[in-house]
Design a protein around this ligand. Structure first.
Ligand code: C5P
Length: 223
């Protein structure tokens, strides 16, 4: 079976308050995005990797590849206005059936075991997404105040989210909705139920400057 990794890295990183988008910031010796891509290559050296980049930063990426002697083979797709549109552009490059793992380029700490769990379940059931349980208490706010939520059964959703290519390509033909924050939501709207597997707690999505510090510590601890 063909397997693909579609790594989306076309965000502008406004919440990072830095000139460079977070996926290109160096941590533990190389850019965040290179750490993320390498995880899939380690999982399976035959995986076909597609990286979605901001349209105006493909030359910059080529410079980074040279600077860091980054040799993991991959194809580049150009990003869109939202994550949904970036994923859709990447999926357009997949023409053969198989399984595709769609991953945020700002999650360099996904474990090889979590990638494996997603692919194994998606192989059997058509899709799989990694989740973890929240450790904080939860409250829902409203104009009147807030109320405690029962966190039993609540899950936090990570990536990679793995799908049969035919299912997810078809799902991405539908119109964009602003509430789509991940790929499972796009598939779910076509009437398909989503399978959950255990993620890995350290697989944080680097969003703020504090996340970069935490990620650097975790990467240095694991290499
Ligand atoms: O913005 P958000 O935190 O949801 O971004 C998650 C991932 O989606 C990041 O890796 C980001 O680079 C990517 N993204 C993208 N194209 C966009 C917006 C976000 O590839 N237009």
């Amino acid at each position: 079976m063909n397997i693909y990794a579609l790594v989306v890295a076309a965000g502008s990183g406004e919440r990072m308050k830095s000139g460079i988008p977070k996926q290109f910031i160096e941590i533990a010796g190389k850019p965040v995005l290179m750490h993320a891509i390498e995880k899939f290559r380690i999982y399976d050296s035959s995986i076909r990797i597609i990286v979605v980049l901001p349209e105006n930063q493909t030359d910059y990426w080529n410079e980074l590849r040279d600077k860091y002697s980054f040799t993991v083979p991959h194809t580049v797709a150009v990003g869109g206005a939202t994550r949904f549109h970036s994923v859709r552009n990447g999926l357009d490059l997949i023409t053969e059936p198989g399984l595709v793992a769609i991953h945020d380029g700002v999650r360099p700490l996904v474990s090889i075991a979590a990638i494996g769990r997603c692919f194994e379940t998606a192989m059997k059931l058509g899709n799989a997404i990694p989740v973890i349980s929240p450790s904080d208490s939860l409250r829902k706010t409203s104009p009147d105040g807030s109320e405690a939520l029962d966190r039993t059964g609540i899950k936090l959703v990570q990536t990679p989210q793995v799908f049969h290519t035919s299912l997810i390509k078809k799902a991405f033909l539908q119109d964009y909705l602003p509430e789509f924050t991940d790929d499972a939501m796009v598939l779910e709207r076509t009437g398909t139920s989503i399978n959950l597997v255990e993620g890995n707690r350290e697989n944080i999505k680097i969003t703020t400057p504090e996340d970069l510090i935490i990620a650097e510590c975790l990467i240095k601890r694991t290499v």
